[in-house]
Design a protein around this ligand. Structure first.
Ligand code: ATP
Ligand code: MG
Length: 230
């Protein structure tokens, strides 16, 4: 039930590849992320930022090295458990076909007040209030009846409902406007103040107030320091 309690993430010499026949997309990446730390990840397109976030969910199966969360080696954690305890706002989020309620709370752990609270935090309360069936409104396949920015906000609301200790955000590029970007950052700062938040950013401005910035270059970690020291 409780894991992860604090939200530390440790990568020890992680090398990952999508396929045995392909070159690694991450090479001997070592980093320690403290509980509650706000970490920004940047680097050029194709440098391995999204791949790094995917390894935390074991979406890239082929990795050497050790990733542990609160001291537990994630390769020993059942996939469904692992994926239910970390939250991600992906670069191109896909919602489940089902109601908004189901999208926010697939495990049916929370009452409507909590779901509305999460929608409020994610700046979606007005959007859902305006829908004819509110929380029971159906999301179409993939969530195409919402914009990419709104889908990201739904993922954020879901993370809040789950009370995840670790939130990973893979910022969309052109699809999210500066305003949504700013809203997301503000919301995360307040609602996830004590949680571990890893943000992949394309605009350096987005992560300048992180505690630490990791810079990837061709799958290698080339910087790992506070923004002031970079
Ligand atoms: P961007 O800023 O464009 O989002 P990124 O830093 O997130 O880039 P990744 O998506 O992690 O980069 O890609 C790193 C490398 O892995 C690239 O060379 C990419 O072509 C390769 N790659 C990404 N996804 C796959 C996949 N599913 N199968 C094989 N190779 C992949
Ligand atoms: Mg990416």
């Amino acid at each position: 039930e409780e894991w992860p309690k604090s939200g530390t993430v440790q990568l020890e010499s992680v090398t990952a590849r999508y396929d045995q026949t392909l070159d690694p997309v991450l090479t001997t990446v070592t980093a320690n992320i403290r509980a509650g730390e706000k970490v920004g990840i940047c680097g050029r397109t194709g440098s391995g930022k999204s791949s790094l976030t995917l390894t935390l969910f074991r979406m890239i199966d082929m990795f050497e090295g050790v990733i542990s969360i609160d001291g537990v080696d994630i390769s020993r954690v059942p996939l469904t458990l692992l994926r239910s305890r970390l939250s991600i706002i992906p670069q191109d989020p896909v919602l489940f076909s089902g109601t908004i309620r189901f999208n926010l709370d697939p495990e049916e752990d929370s009452d409507d007040d909590e779901l509305w609270r999460a929608l409020e935090i994610a700046q979606l309360k007005d959007v859902v209030t305006d829908l004819p069936s509110k929380l029971d409104e159906m999301v179409t396949e993939g969530g195409e009846n919402f914009s990419v920015g709104q889908r990201q906000l739904f993922c954020l609301a879901r993370a809040f409902v789950r009370k995840s200790r670790i939130l990973i955000m893979d910022e969309a590029t052109a699809s999210v406007d500066m305003e949504t970007d700013a809203i997301l950052q503000d919301v995360i700062k307040v609602a996830f103040g004590d949680r571990t938040v890893i943000t992949v950013a394309h605009r350096i401005a987005t992560i300048l107030n992180s505690d630490r910035i990791l810079v990837l270059d061709q799958g290698k970690l080339v910087e790992n320091d506070s923004p002031d020291n970079l």
